[in-house]
Design a protein around this ligand. Structure first.
Ligand code: ATP
Ligand code: MG
Length: 408
């Protein structure tokens, strides 16, 4: 294995100070899968205060000193070094209340969630794989370390993590592990929504999210609004998600796909908004998701005026997203509409107040003084321009404003 020189350096320095050290967890898994690791976690026998002593010449930060994690900064990058530990007492099926440091790396590896995540490596000792992680990677299997029932009872977030890894890696969840996930799915209610959301977003963006929706729908359904989404909604969603994956479309397309099923069952958009918020999606994702769902039912015609009004209402980026989503969700062919839209945009046709050749200052110069009057007048002018009754030329617009003034 070729490790970055900084990682080699950290391990060598700990070893020369008399402590064992390894890379561990996700980065070992990724290297075995020939994926470039996102970050490098290092684990060592040295206690946090000893790690700080070994690296006293470097800038260190205390990331979670009580949990044994010290960050070392080398060339502006942070490397996390965590002391071997085992976790005791789980409270509310999540988060150990206490950690105790241990001498033996095997104990540290045995507390980790899945065999593929429970390996360590360094150059002198090679791969430490006590639970068959390498074999499981080769076979594409997600399997708990130890007794799956006990592991999900300790920490139900692992249910989401198993689904997330299945979605990211395209792995199968081993039968006993999956059985235990189904058995303990209700414990997900005790996990913080933020943690669930974090895993859910990764899951939805996974390259195999479509397969997970269909194959592992029992625990998946558990985190969504009860009784509204069913297995058959997931079947439909999976077909759409597979198109989204091929087109590499962002998160709000995936959330919209899942929740569109509820919308089509006559639930209101505001109801969907409140579910998305309960599930801790950020405001931007909520807004964009609702926009895509709304787009399934709006009137879109291949007419310049209709398209300009839609551009006015939703904005260019959102409206284009809505068209793409309709193509994926309803299998509509909107090529002709997209061509007309392109012409409107390339021609610089006006569809918003900010694109008008006059603004509030011009109206003030014409003697209009109240804010609301200025706003209403500009809106009237815009309507005339979008409806092709008036050209967007400054002198013509000013003439039209004078005409409106005379009328009133
Ligand atoms: P990614 O590449 O997406 O970061 P990862 O496997 O590194 O995946 P992290 O959440 O960064 O996932 O966790 C790092 C390691 O910590 C995992 O590989 C696993 O060994 C362990 N771990 C994380 N969360 C849990 C958990 N809930 N229960 C047990 N072990 C866990
Ligand atoms: Mg990680």
């Amino acid at each position: 294995m070729n490790l970055p020189k900084e990682v080699d350096f950290i391990i060598a320095k700990l070893k020369s100070s008399g402590y064992d050290a390894y890379i561990v967890g996700g980065c070992v898994r990724d290297i075995l899968m020939r994926i470039r690791p996102k970050d490098w976690d290092i684990t060592t026998q040295a206690l946090p205060q000893d790690v700080k002593k070994v690296f006293s010449k470097f800038k260190t930060i205390e990331i979670g000193i009580a949990h044994g994690t010290v960050g070392i900064i080398i060339e502006n990058k942070i490397y996390e070094i965590t002391t071997y530990r085992k976790e005791e007492q789980y409270i509310n099926h999540r988060k150990p209340s206490d950690v105790s440091f241990v001498k033996d790396i095997r104990l540290d590896l045995s507390r980790r969630d899945f065999t593929i995540n429970a390996m360590a490596y360094n150059e002198s000792e090679g791969l430490l794989d006590f639970f068959g992680g390498r074999e499981d990677i080769e076979a594409g299997i997600i399997r708990c370390v130890g007794n799956p029932n006990q592991r999900f009872e300790e920490d139900a977030l692992r249910i989401m993590r198993a689904l997330r890894f299945a979605s990211e890696k395209g792995f199968e969840i081993e039968a006993k592990t999956y059985e235990a996930m189904c058995q303990h799915k209700r414990l997900l209610a005790k996990i913080s929504k933020e943690r669930i959301n974090e895993e859910l977003c990764k899951l939805l963006m996974g390259s195999f999210a479509d397969e997970v929706l269909v194959k592992y729908s029992i625990p998946m359904l558990e985190i969504f609004p009860k009784n509204l989404l069913t297995q058959s909604d997931f079947q439909k969603a999976a077909d759409v998600v597979s198109k989204l994956i091929a087109l590499d479309l962002p998160l709000h397309f995936r959330t919209a796909t899942i929740f569109a099923g509820i919308f089509l069952k006559e639930e209101s958009l505001s109801e969907i908004a409140s579910w998305l918020k309960t599930m801790k999606f950020d405001n931007k994702t909520v807004g964009k998701t609702l926009c895509l769902i709304e787009g399934l039912s709006i009137d879109i015609k291949n007419e310049r005026q209709n398209l300009k009004w839609n551009l006015n209402r939703y904005g260019e980026i959102n409206f284009k997203d809505m068209l793409r989503f309709r193509e994926c969700y309803k299998s509509e062919n909107l090529e002709h509409i997209k061509n007309t839209l392109k012409e409107i945009i390339d021609d610089g046709e006006c569809f918003s107040l900010s694109m008008l050749e006059i603004n509030g200052d011009d109206l003030v110069a014409l003697g209009l003084n109240r804010g609301s009057l200025i706003g209403n007048t500009l809106q009237k002018i815009l309507e005339e321009v979008i409806n092709d009754n008036l050209e967007n030329k400054k002198e013509l617009l000013i003439e039209a404003v004078r005409a409106i003034q005379e009328e009133e």
